[in-house]
Design a protein around this ligand. Structure first.
Ligand code: HEM
Length: 534
């Protein structure tokens, strides 16, 4: 910003006026009417009442009154940056997705990192999952990979999402705690939801207090499909690997940083990008076929399970570089609308019941939050490839169809037409079965991977998990909830359960929680699940 050597003029009451000259623009209303005085309302006499006729004042105040839009119902606090994705090798063998066809090609990208539970004004170093949402503006439509920095999730079925989020947010009677998971409602829900145990171990680990966004992994979590030109399917899990490696802070650092600089992660990303120190991630894919899916220890549709990287090695397929901050936080970071259902031809969903529910939820939440079905007209959400819909009208319509055609089929030569070859085709998955509300039995092992994660940690990392659990559960006032949690920990690691119980002053260990399936202790520790790499 250059400083303008502006002449100041004193008004009647001593107030200062900045007057336009040949070097500056003239201030106008939103309708373009030049403004003569932006310091005083129109009054009947200098000391008299304000006149209703003052359209400039009315427009200015009304616009201000409407500045806030609802914050996101989850992931309210976030920070975004622009960049690009560069494809390494053509992946045509597995997918017809245009973004993976030409080595070296760059695709524009926008990324928003976030915390989940806190409100927009909460602090950056809360113990929480971090959102890692990527919008890739591909030549065949926007692809949103709406992931987290943890590879699994709390729940297996989307119908439980309002419950887990209600439990983690401020309690409805008292309106606190604001951005902490440490409270009775959260641990009550968790202790009654054994499927959450794997995720809980990650959330109690150092992964939930990252040093910066630049040192985090990102995970698409669900199993997706890649489809080749002949509609052959390969299952895929997506992982973003930070070039800088993984780093976290420890809890007492997190607490101090939150007090001293609640914007710590924002500032870190801003400073790095402004200094030309562009953060980078590699997109890796874990590819597997139906035969692997059928033989794997767990159900590949279960979002509380991962595929250890030593079983299926992640293959790098491109890199993401963030090299530009938004010009305007609200226009871009706040108004960006991610949706899991945004996939281009060549990428498809699996039947993961959490993913299926997400595909339903995000369009609804964006319409509610951004106020109109035309949120796709906002520049940050609009595709950067040619696009032609027949949608029209609605609030804030900025691009109605040009010309006569707004329906299909039609007789006119300038209307857009569907394209069976290039257009999006779903995988023709064979589906049949009774109409039931039922969880698959193959989802029933809730402890084995939680244990595998814990034993994969170094001694210090395990100590941090024990301390985090102790701290969190020490804030829980209801004894039965604490005990229930210890009974789950007994199914994960006895030593961990005993340490936490001891520190909480629980002398009589409860019985291990009833497990639908006997927890396995034969899963080997995996290097890929350890945290501190440098
Ligand atoms: C927002 C990730 C599960 C509903 C977000 C955001 C991320 C995310 C990263 C923030 C996007 C942004 O930065 O603007 C995930 C992951 C999930 C998950 C990784 C599980 C694997 C769910 C489920 C639902 C859901 C099951 C509902 C059924 C929402 C909603 C928003 C949101 C309503 C707010 C969107 C907005 O207003 O922009 N999620 N989510 N999420 N998610 Fe999820």
């Amino acid at each position: 910003v250059t400083i303008h050597d502006q002449k100041l003029v004193r008004g009647n009451g001593g107030e200062l006026h900045q007057i336009a000259d040949e070097t500056t623009d003239v201030l106008t209303t939103a309708h373009g009417v030049p403004i003569s005085d932006d310091q005083n309302t129109l009054k009947s006499g200098a000391r008299g009442p304000t006149l209703i006729e003052d359209f400039h004042f009315r427009e200015k105040i009304f616009h201000f009154d409407h500045e806030r839009i609802p914050e996101r119902v989850v992931h309210a606090r976030g920070y975004g940056a622009h960049g690009y994705f560069e494809t390494y090798d053509a992946l045509a063998k597995y997918t017809r997705a245009d973004i993976f066809q030409r080595p070296g090609e760059k695709t524009p990208a926008f990324v928003r990192f976030s915390t989940v539970a806190g409100s927009k004004g909460s602090f950056d170093l809360a113990r929480d999952v971090r959102g890692f949402a990527v919008k890739l503006y591909t030549q065949e439509g926007n692809w949103d990979l709406v992931g987290n920095n943890i590879p699994v999730f709390f729940i297996q079925d989307a119908i439980k999402f309002p419950d887990v989020i209600h439990s983690v947010k401020p309690e409805p009677d008292r309106g606190f705690p604001q951005a902490q998971s440490a409270h009775d409602n959260f641990w009550d829900f968790i202790s009654l939801t054994p499927e959450s145990m794997h995720m809980v171990m990650w959330v109690m680990s150092d992964r939930a207090i990252p040093r910066s966004f630049r040192f985090m992994e990102g995970f698409g979590v669900h199993t997706f499909r890649l489809l080749d030109a002949d509609d052959n399917s390969t299952f895929v899990k997506f992982i973003w690997k930070p070039k800088l490696g993984l780093q976290s802070v420890v809890w007492n650092e997190a607490v101090k940083i939150n007090g001293a600089d609640p914007d710590f992660h924002r500032r870190d990303l801003w400073d790095a990008i402004q200094a030309g120190d562009f953060p980078e991630w590699e997109l890796c894919v874990q590819l597997f076929d139906q035969e692997f899916a059928d033989s794997f220890d767990f159900d590949i549709l279960d979002p509380t399970k991962l595929i250890p990287e030593d079983i299926i090695e992640p293959i790098p397929v491109g890199r993401l570089v963030l090299d530009r901050m938004p010009d305007n936080f609200f226009a871009e970071t706040e108004q960006v609308a991610f949706m899991t259902q945004n996939v281009p031809p060549g990428i498809d969903f699996s039947n993961d019941p959490l993913l299926q529910g997400r595909n339903f939820s995000y369009l609804d939440t964006q319409i509610k939050r951004l106020g109109s079905t035309n949120f796709t007209h906002l520049p940050i959400n609009a595709p950067k490839c040619p696009f032609h819909t027949l949608q029209q009208d609605g609030h804030m319509a900025m691009r109605n169809p040009v010309g006569r055609v707004n329906y299909q089929p039609n007789s006119w030569e300038d209307g857009p037409r569907q394209d069976p070859k290039k257009g999006f085709r779903s995988y023709a998955d064979e589906v049949e079965g009774p109409k039931v509300r039922l969880r698959a039995e193959s989802f029933a092992d809730h402890y084995s991977q939680a244990r595998q994660f814990f034993v994969s940690q170094t001694v210090h990392e395990q100590d941090h998990i024990a301390r985090a659990l102790t701290f969190e559960l020490s804030k829980v006032e209801t004894p039965v909830i604490r005990e229930r949690m210890i009974s789950h920990l007994l199914n994960i690691d006895e030593g961990l359960a005993e340490t936490v119980a001891d520190k909480l002053g629980i002398t009589q260990l409860p019985k291990p929680a009833d497990a639908a399936i006997t927890p396995r202790d034969d899963l080997p520790a995996s290097d890929a699940l350890s945290i501190i790499k440098n």
